[in-house]
Each structure stands twice: as C-alpha cells, then as structure tokens.
Design a protein around this ligand. Sequence first.
Ligand SMILES: [Zn+2]
Length: 223
Amino acid sequence: MDVATIIIQCEDYLFPTLKFSVRERVLYYHLIRCTHLEGKSSALFTLLPLANATGVSESSSREDIRSLNERGCIKIEDRSRNGHLVRVFLPEEIAGVLPAEQLVPEVDIETLDFYSNRQFVSSLLAREGQRCFYCLKSIRAESCELDHTIAQANGKNNSYRNVVCSCHECNTTKQAQAAVDFLRSLYRKGILSQTELENRLTALEQLQAGKLVPNVGAVKIAI
Ligand SMILES: [Zn+2]
C-alpha cells in the first residue's frame, strides 16, 4: 500500500469515524512511520522516546496508546522492560473504518483483462508515465487508446503484458505491425531518437516478460 492511500484513508475515514483527537492523530502517524513505512507491522516502543517524538508528556503517551489499543487501531503484543511491542493496523485493517467499496479484493493480476471496458486505463497510463508507449507523446486517460503490442489477429491476449496505452496516431498507424518494427519506423521518421528507440525496445521486452506490472490497487474492481 502506498503512503498517499494510507494518508487519504486516515483523513477521510479513520480519524473522523473513530473521532481521533489531535494527539491521537500525531501518535498514529508516528506509529505508522515506525512500522509500515519501514515494511513491518510491529515495532518496539518505549514511552519516553515516543513522548519526545510526538511532543507530549509520557503520561499522555501512555493514555493515547491505551486508547488506540482499546479501539483496535493497534495491539500491544508484549510488554517488557525493553518497552511495548506494538502491532499497528492500517486503516483498511481496522473493522468498520472503510466503506465496503474501498476494500479492494485480492485479485490475481494475471487473470485481469486490461483491454475490455478500459477499466484499468489509469493504471496502465501511470505505468507508462502518462505517455504513449511507442512515441512518448504525453497522453491523457480520457483520450488515449489501448493497443496490443502483439496484435489481436495472433490470438486474444488482453494481459498487462500485452496491452499498452498509446496515442491515437500510433494506434492507427501501427495496426497489425509487430511492435518492434513499428518502433523502428518511428526512429526512421525521426520521432524517436536512437536512445529513445533502445529504451523503448527494452521496455517492450520487459513488458512482454511481465516485468512492467501496473498498480491496480487504487482501482475499484468490478467482479
Ligand atoms: Zn504515439
């Protein structure tokens, strides 16, 4: 999960739903900082450093830790002389915080159809850096085209390994040409520099090898 999503879910759902005080917000962000932003869900905390980091007294820290624990936002897994081992839950892991449509079901990306209904156009465009996969012209989600690097005539393959975002011109010019040949034709026309051509050919190889996986986490998936 990316940081932007966590912050939005905190501000829009967690804090208002559970009526977090300012102190609790500061504490929760700090706990997230020390756990999930370092790729783990639990960490050891002691009161004095925690109080110093969040600008409150030790007794306030203790009170707020208890409050978050009681409300299921964190779980104190162990207490020892070394401190509290605290597991910190993300907003999506806390019961009753996110509305149902915000919960993205687990999906196998290999089974998703990236062509039909343009459902994942934003995810693909983000992967492409908001540019046409072929000529690198800036494109927008509303007007860009979806293109099969290996044309449909060779078999239906709507995988993220085959579907890219392109500008209208590339989509109509390429048609059933092999993507490699089409990229070379853009180079011959002076649309791509030699370095750009080489980068595009590498990107094409990576795409077809399944190394350019779009992030579909933020997309509401219709099942
Ligand atoms: Zn283009």
